[in-house]
Design a protein. Sequence first.
Lengths: 276, 556
Amino acid sequence: MSSIIARRRHPAAGYAAIAGGLVLAGALYGALAGGPASAAPGQSSASPANGRSLFIQSCATCHGINAQGTSQAPSLIGAGAAAVDFQMSTGRMPAKEPGAENTRKPVTFSPQQIADIAAWIQSLGGGPTIPDATQVNTSGADTALGEELFSASCAQCHNAGGSGGALTYGKTAPSLVASTPTQIYEAMMTGPEAMPVFGDGTVTPDEKRAIIAYITQTRTEANPGGFSLGRTGTVTEGIVVWLGGLGFLVLIAMWLTARRKDAVVGPGHHAESGDH
Amino acid sequence: MSDDAVKIPGALSGVGGWLDDRFHGARGVRVLMKKVFPDHWSFMLGEIALWSFVILLLTGTYLSLFFVPSTTDIVYHGSYAKLNGIHMSEAYASTLRISFDIRGGLLIRQIHHWAANLFMVAIMAHMLRVFFTGAYRKPREVNWLIGIVLFTLGMLEGLFGYSLPDDQLSGAGLRIFEGVLQGIPIVGTYLAYFLFGGAFPGSAIVPRMYIIHVLLIPGLILALVSAHLFIMFHQKHTQMPMHGNTEKNVVGQPFWPYFMLKGQAWFFFIFGALVVLSTFAQINPVWLYGPYTPLAISSASQPDWYMGLLEGALRIMPAWEINFLGHTLSMSVLIPFALPLGIIFTGAALWPFFEAWATGDKAEHHINDRPRNAPVRTGIGVAAISFYGILWAEGANDVLADKLQIPLYTITWIARVAFFVVPIGAYFVTKRICLGLQRKDAELLTHGVEIGIIRQLPHGEFIEEARPLTNEENAVVASKHIAPALPAPGRLDPNGIPEPAARGPLGWARGVANRAFTETVVPDGHANGHGEHNGHAVADGEHAAITGGDSGDQHG
């Protein structure tokens, strides 16, 4: 302890105290905040009646008591179980607040509850259903076809690496890192938020599997050549080369040119060239 | 370091003697070896560009052994299985091959790309250093112009290199390049057709860009770099204001052995840093972007950083179009392409001559200015940085919108307003900061350095002890050199005729510029703080006054 007291006026003491405090705060936050909730959509027998009562509790304020829609939110008649499963299993619904867009957040409903609500909405007016396991099975899918389709139809918003991007008026195309194959399929079928619908007539079920295979393979494959820098392209590369490249080399330059005592005096421009 | 300290081994001296018998170069080489170069970390920035260029030549040669500059369509069956069976150009396929199948290929490719980015970073940092220290002044104006041409060539070279792999990002950049060419009034469509050999994208552009990229522009850069170095060598390097440095000497270390070895060490440091960076940080993962098709685009398609300014100008510009005598003038492309870079490059090229004209300073300068001692120049420089920075950031507006969760158009509108407002504000704020720092210097010169001791005199007065500046400190602080003010515009000679230099609108403009340039803080003369009068300054109150315009006879 006495050694700490002895060094408390050291020039680096202030920085050390701040760094220590930051590390402590970070560690405490990490310990207390806990990990993300995990929820997978269940395919067990669903109860539309239970779904209706859950809907009235948590959804009807905006969507109307019979899911007919209000000025706040659209009608869900004909939206289908796939839309409900996508919106609720990604945590987008129930909405946190009105805004440009509902974004992914921790899921508060159990898979069974989501399935119940989905079944009730499905019973109202049909619509796209939740894909079964074979529809989202990516084994043997053609990733090259997936690349061509993804490049042509998805990358302009979601980015070539699937890391997401900005849209207009505060809307965004989300990163695809956390999306399950089922959610990707549902998104194509239902076109949530600003996304267009890619129905089976536009993108066939096999092509959907190819796209899902491409997305899941791209996001899990290793990054040859080092850290990916967030797969956001040249912007982060530019930041790295300025701060990491030039910043580091300037430090080395300062070291290389540290003042020497034995400087030599040479002739100036006038003395040698003689033409002035 | 005297000559006696360097012992030349016998074998080496034998070879030297053999060469000297044939080429008679010993005297010249000795002068060369003993040439003195000043030392300062900021003098190493240009050298980063030089060594990056050497690394680019080395790695580029390796890549050219394997790259196929052709858009011939093939079906990919390489080791990157995810793209197995896709149609692509040979250029893209060979880039994948370099990345995944050639030994060391990916590392070399990444070193090449990082080195290209570093090359441009170093040139820009070097130019900023030269600008802010006034090192472009007479007699070094030509080298300054060569530097601007080198930066422009580097931008083009980078653009073509970025476009060669024929991935989705390359093609997007090339498409914009084609649009910019087409935007040139009247001849634009012809130029685009000539360059691309027909409609976009065609099959001619990749081989053409390749030969420009590996032969034409590197050759020009090499020639201009040689001229740049030769002129620097001949004119001698500028030096920082320090004790013992004068306009007539160069204080530093001799070329041999000091700078020769230091230059080598610097090369290896830079090469090492680039290898480490390329080992741990991925750059341009072309396999993620996929082969180029004109139908597709990825979000966050950005150019490399040095083109960000043009990208931002394009994004900030409203969609204006004029139809003039049957010709479409596409202002939404023409203005972003020509205006910002035109202002910066033309402005930078004309600046040394403008400054000499406005200040009337025709003297040679071998001692650098401290930025605070040239408030107008520093203010203009910071204004240019902010101008560049706003367009640069706007070039990444979609990434900023996504990462900072600010609506896209909000960023665009902020940038549109900032484009006009911030550079002007930056000029005035910087100029005031410079004058404030000059005021501090004036105080140091007249008052000395406060040493933290307060003394009470017998009659009760408190004074703060100060010590005079040391010679080393004084050499830096007192290095200010402001050219005397020119005659005020409209001033009459004894015959009642306006002086020739001050006549007409040009004379008036020169007078206005001159007043701005000569605005400075002068110490109020009575003492320089040395000796027994230390500490009385507190009672004297304000010590420095800002002067300008026709009061040039006061300059210190």
